[in-house]
Design a protein around this ligand. Structure first.
Ligand code: NAD
Ligand code: UGA
Length: 464
């Protein structure tokens, strides 16, 4: 079975970059990415390729190469489904905000809508690929809907979770540690469908890195991988608090521990707390699944990862208040960075949002500079919390275009995102223009303590 036409439903952080790379590497396959969000599709089609809606290093070049050749962005979902041999579902699967499982379970309504649309439109056999991160056994629900409401055509459901990280999406997609494909490997049709997807990736991924499993293992491996990664961050962050009390330094501890080849050096960077759209959502989902099977100890174990992360964000904010003589009321606090990590314009669940909310409750005035995040996004993030009125958020938070403007006359600077450019700032100039004593809180262990203290800053860094 040779795939000629791919449709991807969902033109977001996963669908857009993943399909751009597939189109680049497989010039003989037509790839159409569709979305209900007209503005997003218009931005993907913008004549100026620098205006595509997602910022990822290297992405605009790939889009420029493939767009119009074999990569298309469209709102005509029905036509793309009709034409495709293989349909990826890459829509969002947020935490439920209502009803049973509120605040924990994954909301699968967008997934179900996709399945019903495919069932309505498809007139010939299709391979449907779960690209979104889903609770284990979702493929069964998809199959039920497709088989019971479809036009009598055959469907094969594959699970092909995505492991890319934002900010490095292009290099993760081009050189993945592994590609995971789960399918119905007990039947001939299932095996053929798995092989069809293996053949797509084999255009550029070595065969030994393409792993095939049954569907349930694939679905559960994705949740497990994110839980393990988040757990490492919470583990090192737990140690950061102990370091601050004991005179140990968390970077030195991480280095010493990470040199044990059984532990490894990656993902041991202490921070103000992990953010991003997935770690928290996926762990809450895992906790919910464990509870639904009555596995309370399993659920409690993983929930601690989130509890630790919330504590780290709160601790960073309350340390600012304590250090500024127990009040930040009316004081100007500068935020350098708002994105949840460097090299992305994504702010979902960013620690900065929660630190800001805490300080605003203490009546601080906040000024934000982030090289890639727009003011309207920052206000939308704060409004979403519903802690205060939209007017109040706009009155108390200012967004500016340069780090120097952001720091002028402020009482304290808090570094929330590890953008490279922050290491190269003229910190002397920043210090000269701040109120004294000038406080600097490094939530990312990005800045060198010695040089900042020599300038005259009162310097505080996570874990030292
Ligand atoms: P996103 O919100 O950026 O994009 C999802 C898109 O799907 C949106 O543009 C939305 O308009 C569209 N959509 C929703 N319902 C639709 C429908 N019925 N028809 C057409 N379009 C529809 O989300 P994302 O970050 O790309 O994440 C997608 C999935 O991938 C999630 O399950 C997430 O957990 C998973 N994932 C994300 C990342 C990441 O780095 N962001 C990495 C790995 C896996
Ligand atoms: C994460 C995973 O790394 C991806 O493999 C996965 O595909 C993705 O989630 C997903 O499913 O959405 P992402 O959230 O984009 O990717 O970025 P990460 O690099 O994992 O960072 C997540 C958060 O942890 C960031 O806020 C980052 O600053 C923080 N972090 C990461 C640390 O604080 N310390 C570290 O050592 C590593």
């Amino acid at each position: 079975m040779k795939i000629k036409n791919i449709c991807c439903i969902g033109a977001g952080y996963v669908g857009g970059p993943t399909m751009a790379v597939i189109a680049q590497k497989c010039p003989e396959i037509n790839v159409t990415v569709v979305d209900i969000n007209e503005n997003r599709i218009a931005a993907w089609n913008d004549v100026d390729v620098e205006n595509i809606p997602i910022y990822e290093p290297g992405l605009s070049k790939i889009v420029e190469e493939a767009r119009g050749r074999n990569l298309f962005f469209s709102t005509d979902i029905d036509s793309a489904i009709d034409k495709a041999d293989m349909i990826f579902i890459s829509v969002n699967t947020p935490t439920k905000t209502y009803g049973i499982g509120k605040g924990m379970a994954a909301d699968l309504k967008y997934i179900e809508l996709c399945a019903r649309q495919i069932a309505r439109v498809a007139k010939d056999d299709k391979i449907v690929v779960e690209k979104s991160t889903l609770p284990v056994r979702t493929a069964q629900a998809l199959k039920d809907i497709l088989d019971n409401t479809g036009n009598g055509v055959n469907y094969q459901i594959l699970s092909n979770p995505e492991f890319l990280a934002e900010g490095t999406a292009v290099s993760d997609l081009i050189n993945p540690d592994r590609v995971l494909i789960g399918g119905d490997i007990d039947t001939t049709e299932g095996k053929e469908a798995v092989q069809a997807l293996v053949d797509v990736y084999a255009h550029w991924v070595p065969q030994k890195q393409i792993l095939t499993t049954n569907v349930w293992s694939s679905e559960l491996s994705k949740l497990t991988a994110n839980a393990f990664l988040a757990q490492r961050v919470s583990s090192i962050n737990a140690m950061s608090e102990l370091c601050e009390r004991t005179g140990a330094d968390v970077n030195e501890v991480a280095k010493a521990v990470g040199m044990d080849s059984r532990i490894g050096p990656k993902f041991l960077k202490s921070s103000v707390g992990f953010g991003g759209s997935c770690f928290q959502k996926d762990i809450l989902n895992l906790v919910y699944i464990a509870k639904s099977f009555g596995l309370n100890e399993v659920a409690d174990y993983w929930e601690q990862v989130i509890i630790m992360n919330d504590h780290q964000k709160r601790r960073f904010a309350s340390n600012i208040v304590k250090t500024l003589y127990n009040t930040v009321s009316g004081k100007k606090i500068t935020f350098l960075g708002w994105a949840f990590k460097k090299d992305t314009n994504d702010t979902r669940e960013s620690a900065a949002i929660y630190v800001a909310d805490y300080l605003l409750n203490e009546q601080a005035e906040i000024v934000v500079y982030d090289p890639k995040v727009k003011a309207e996004q920052i206000y939308a993030d704060l409004d979403y919390l519903n802690t205060r009125t939209e007017e109040e958020n706009r009155a108390r938070v200012t967004v500016v275009n340069t780090p120097y403007d952001a720091c002028k006359e402020s009482h304290a600077v808090a570094l929330l995102t590890e953008w490279d450019e922050f290491t190269e700032l003229n910190w002397q100039q920043i210090y000269d223009n701040m109120l004294k004593p000038a406080f600097l809180f490094d939530g990312r262990r990005l800045l060198e303590k010695r040089t900042k203290e020599e300038i005259g800053f009162e310097f505080y860094a996570i874990g030292s």
